[in-house]
Design a protein around this ligand. Structure first.
Ligand SMILES: Nc1ncnc2c1ncn2[C@@H]1O[C@H](COP(=O)(O)OP(=O)(O)O)[C@@H](O)[C@H]1O
Ligand SMILES: O=c1ccn([C@@H]2O[C@H](COP(=O)(O)OP(=O)(O)O)[C@@H](O)[C@H]2O)c(=O)[nH]1
Length: 305
């Protein structure tokens, strides 16, 4: 934790001298709140390198003076200028929520991802987020992206990453959950990279449902949920997209030793029995506070503005 102490000292000296601090790499989660004493009327600049981080700024009488967004390097960054109002000195506390834990559920169309997620949710209290369901809800909401998403789903194509990741992040925030099953995402390498860049989250592990194509097709064509993509023609396209783009994502995580491959052809209950121990282990590790999280760098330094 040496870096944290160093950062805090810098934050304090910045607060007392140049009246401003800059937060770097703030897309990473911070585990512990930082506190810094402030003098009345002091201004702070809190710089966020992603619009999707979960910063919270607390402090007696803190007022947001302005929020501006601009681009530095490839990242959108947001500056919040806050000032402590009133005449009393006080404490500025920077906190972030504790990082959520994420398990990606991957597998071809009809491999049983949603079915198994439901059983895990019932038993282990995860929040289940199906990327496909979120996209379908976005179409229903009358969003500006509705037609584009609908056409892409009908054609079995992968919706642009920014759209899907924003929906996932919003759902994560809205749910207030702490552990998530993200089902049917990431579907290609860009999905994976954008999610990591926007959240700083590395998944705990990946559950991959391995299912023969003819079985997946049989299940999808028998699913009967009125989906525009559950037909023979779109299914062929989805299978090709799965092999060309999604399987490489599984391989990527395999190279990191994060994939648990499950044969998806048994009965629903048998498959659940196979995967249950993974979530039992996860729950035990979680209760003792262990995590495979990669938290990124967090630093603070004085700024002249
Ligand atoms: N192990 C299984 N054996 C037979 N049918 C299954 C099995 N798992 C799921 N199904 C059925 O197959 C269809 C597709 O399952 P679903 O969970 O929606 O797949 P995915 O989310 O991977 O697209 C559903 O109708 C579901 O009831
Ligand atoms: O991250 C995602 C998830 C889904 N989709 C689109 O939504 C469709 C349906 O996905 P879903 O996961 O609901 O279906 P499944 O593959 O489980 O049958 C996909 O074919 C894609 O067109 C997407 O573009 N990005």
């Amino acid at each position: 934790m040496a870096w944290a102490v160093r950062s805090l000292r810098r934050l304090q000296s910045a607060a007392s001298s140049s009246q401003a601090v800059r937060l770097l790499e703030s897309r990473s989660w911070i585990r512990n709140p930082r506190k810094v004493d402030v003098c009345a009327g002091q201004n702070f600049v809190l710089k966020q390198y992603s619009s999707e981080t979960f910063w919270e700024v607390h402090g007696a009488s803190l007022r947001t003076l302005s929020t501006t967004t601009y681009t530095t390097h490839e990242d959108a960054s947001t500056t919040h200028e806050v000032s402590k109002g009133g005449s009393d000195d006080g404490t500025l506390t920077l906190t972030s929520k504790s990082p959520p834990r994420v398990v990606f559920i991957l597998g071809g169309p009809g491999s049983g991802k949603g079915t198994q997620c439901q059983k895990i949710v019932d038993k282990f209290g995860f929040v289940h987020l199906s990327a496909g369901d979120l996209l379908r809800a976005e179409i229903q909401s009358g969003s500006q992206y509705g037609d584009m998403i609908k056409n892409m789903i009908k054609d079995g194509k992968i919706v642009p990453s920014e759209v899907t990741v924003r929906l996932l992040l919003k759902a994560m925030e809205d749910s207030k959950g702490e552990k998530f099953l993200i089902d049917g995402f990431p579907r290609n390498d860009e999905n994976r990279a954008v999610f990591e860049r926007m959240t700083g989250i590395i998944p705990e592990f990946i559950l991959f449902f391995d299912c023969p194509e003819d079985e997946m097709e049989r299940r999808v064509l028998g699913r009967n949920q009125g989906r525009v993509d559950d037909n023979k023609e779109t299914m062929q396209k989805r299978l090709k997209v799965f092999i060309d783009f999604s399987v490489p994502v599984v391989k990527y995580y395999e190279s990191m030793g994060k994939v648990h491959k499950v044969t998806a052809t048994g009965s629903i209950d048998d498959i659940h029995t196979t995967i249950e121990p993974l979530f039992e282990q996860f729950s035990e590790a979680h209760s003792t506070g262990e995590s495979q999280y990669a938290t990124g760098k967090f630093d603070t330094s004085p700024t002249n503005n």
